[in-house]
Write a protein that binds this ligand. Structure first.
Ligand SMILES: [Zn+2]
Length: 136
């Protein structure tokens, strides 16, 4: 569902989507809509045009997970949880960004990559512990 109202980019008054021009300042709304340059109103469904929070969280989780992968084995369950969250959040963020609902692709990709690295590091650590049980 798209909102029937848009904000005039020139004077920021609320204008009907079907208006050819802004009744207040005469700005050609229809031309802007055709180019897609008029922002959807913030109460509409297309509200998340800002940088995707999940992408940022994904990147933070991924970086923390990789950091945790280097600390003693006892708490690396946290690393695998964070890695999984980084991968999931990164994937969700990329899907939203792909639909044009959000920006921040670089952060989402960073989160996805660091999350996967965290999982790989965990698997290596796990394999190492299994093969060297006397050291732990
Ligand atoms: Zn206007």
């Amino acid at each position: 569902m798209t909102s029937a109202l848009v904000d005039c980019p020139a004077c920021e008054s609320t204008v009907s989507r079907s208006a050819a021009a802004c009744p207040k300042c005469g700005h050609p709304i229809r031309d802007d809509l055709a180019r897609g340059s008029v922002m959807r109103r913030s109460d509409g469904t297309g509200a998340a045009a800002a940088s995707d929070t999940m992408g940022l969280l994904s990147m933070i989780f991924g970086i923390v997970a990789i950091g945790l992968a280097f600390v003693p084995f006892e708490i690396s369950w946290l690393a695998i949880v964070l890695s999984l969250m980084a991968v999931i959040f990164g994937g969700v963020a990329l899907a939203r960004i792909g639909r044009g609902a959000a920006s921040g692709r670089g952060m989402a990709i960073a989160g996805l990559v660091t999350g996967m690295l965290g999982l790989i590091l965990f698997l290596f650590a796990f394999a190492y512990v299994l093969n060297n049980p006397n050291e732990f």
